[in-house]
Design a protein around this ligand. Sequence first.
Ligand code: ADP
Ligand code: MG
Ligand code: ZN
Length: 656
Amino acid sequence: MTSGAPKKPKGPPGNRPGKKPAPRTGWRGLFGGPSFFGNLATTILIFLLLMSGYSLVMNTIKPSNEIPLSTVAADVALGKVSSISVSGDSLEVVYADKTEKTSRKDPSTGLPETLATYGVTPAELAKVAITIQGQSGFEFWLLTLGPILIPILFIAFLFWFLSRQVKGAGMQAFTFGQSKARITDPADVNQRVTFADVAGAREAKEELLEIVDFLKSPKKFLDIGARIPKGIILMGAPGTGKTLLARAVAGEAGVPFFSISGSEFVEMFVGVGASRVRDLFQMAKKAAPAIIFVDEIDAVGRVRGTGVGGGNDEREQTLNQILVEMDGFEPTEKVVVMAATNRPDVLDPALLRPGRFDRRVTIDLPDRRDREDILKIHARAKPLGPDVALSVIAERTPGFSGAELYSLMNEAAILAARENRKEVTQYDLIRSIEKVMLGPERKSHLLSKKEKELTAYHEAGHALVSSILPNADPVHKISIISRGRAAGYTLKLPFEDRKMQSKKQFLDDIAATLGGYVAEEMLFDDVTTGPSNDLMVITALAREMVTRYGMSDVLGPIAFGERQLGNEPYSEQVAAQIDAEVARIISDAKARAKSVLIEHRSALDAIAKELVEKETIERADFEKLLIANGITPKKQDEEGIVIAPLIDSATGSDVI
Ligand code: ADP
Ligand code: MG
Ligand code: ZN
């Protein structure tokens, strides 16, 4: 939840957009790789096995001691044959000396006629016992149909197999290029989303109402010559409800909603993305009035020609096709294209030009009132206990997105269900805040005795400095139980949803954040990688104080821009001054933190000892500890409290 903290790029590095992904299904590995040819080889191998199996069966049916029919006739004439059994066109000849031979005759003529043509007289034939057998059913079908059926079955199998393969790779050989858009039918009541399902986002809804009106009664607008924007782009942090809002527009207007995600285009082969786009627009035009929604458009709409990752033709072609389609259709077409992104900064400027996505709607993180409304929406199907006050939960969750509030509500319901209760209580909700904010508790992440002590002193340092310095926030909870990727954390309680902060607050915050580092240094005469996140946060904060907020006495009230190569709004000399000021702010704060901890050493020891023992200290117990050590706890306003976490990363390099 620490804002502005850099995030590591997620996902394996090999999975960059533009690389053709390996097929997801299929018998990969049999030939050492998931390649198409590997699978073809598998298929051919299976075919060969089938064929050899077939001929094996045929061979057991056909013993090899076959003699020509003329020999049989001669032997019958000589009286050497005792019996012949006829089965279809094959003959089994048993001699007087019990030897058995086989032979074949013309299937259309009978055995007596055949032998007669070889000069066997009826008298000679009469000495031979002739039996005629019907072929066994299985044998008959195998013999007659086998040679035809097996290749047909094989070809059918091959087609099925290949189509499965190709589907896995993100396209279908037989529906090549056809749009894979998901379509939401306005008549489908279960899937229908309306503005009532979206809390907050008032400005965004107002803007979109115009689009809803147009889609509902386009004639009114077209008759008067009004030009309705073709492209609307929704911008906002992840989880703020962009996708939800786009669906709600379709739901409100009662029009079909064709949605596709930008990331789906990325996994396609060259040329497929563009033809998908063409199909998608064609389908939408047929269904007009309709909405086309391209989610996560930044995946295809990044600035072109930067050559990052060797350039990506497929992505560019897809993007170009989107632009061509948007340029090509008229307002009379009654199709509105919506898109969503949480990276508006990387979008290609061509997308935002007039006539394309020229209408921009920003969705902010919800404020306190919106958070309460969002919680109410997601509490609809959940029975709440009498003690639940969603307003308190809303107050304690600044910075939470709609998606996070949704999962908070869900976590609380899971907690209640696990304890076999029929109602969600306030305590379930409070516990879920921490879970959503920091990740689940990791009881299995065991600290060694030394690590435990160190973490305890670190957190105690944060908590104590925070409690003593007048402009720092009071402490709500301290814990050394790992949660998510945090090894320990201290939750502070600023009094209200702060939109503005003062210089004094910043300075005390920096000192409290350094409290952990200073405590480690004091106690163990050493520092660990643990506070790396703390240091990153305070360095960024101190730099902002100097360069953005004019809070440095030396440099004065000037907002300095970012200094980059080729864009140098201030001199080298000023840059050095800024660095010096940042360093001074931090070293001053460190000195203050240190003097607090030295002065209240007994309190520090007491808090750390209790933490090692109990692992978590709640506010009431923490205040008792302070009082026992002669410190008056800060007054805390029970209503209107907000949790500001100080999170200590477990590895020192990962940042929550
Ligand atoms: P985004 O597309 O901006 O990342 P989503 O639209 O996918 O976010 O939101 C994810 C989920 O969070 C939604 O399905 C919904 O349950 C919840 N949510 C987000 N914003 C809101 C909101 N303003 N009102 C109600 N629910 C919301
Ligand atoms: Mg989304
Ligand atoms: Zn810390």
